[in-house]
Write a protein that binds this ligand. Sequence first.
Ligand code: HEC
Length: 96
Amino acid sequence: MKAFIALPSLFLLALPLFGAPPAGAQAPTPAMTPAEAYQRGCAECHRRESSVLRAIPARPEAERRAWIERFMAQHPCACDEARPLIVDYLLERTRR
Ligand code: HEC
């Protein structure tokens, strides 16, 4: 009879162990938001992003993307792995 009472509490004790996310389940590269990507790749030279945003022409999204990618291809970037996210960030920030 005692065992029947002890079992449920054992189960509760074990719950947190199974509730934790498995280690190593995350992507190998550290996750960052588009805003963090801009911080890493551009902000050391462009602390005020407004001048960067102003330079991007007011065109449809596909053309803005092409402009940004062409520009970045010949412009310094402090964090290469952040490049695709920076394009997303600048597209988002220049959406009108
Ligand atoms: C090592 C420093 C440096 C980094 C890093 C850098 N830039 Fe620049 N950027 C400059 C300088 C200096 C200028 C102005 C001179 C010129 O036109 O080349 C400039 C100019 C620009 C311009 C033209 C408008 C303006 O302000 O004159 C844009 C747009 C721009 N950068 C975007 C970016 C983006 C996006 C990133 C991140 C991917 C970035 N830059 C990273 C130094 C940097």
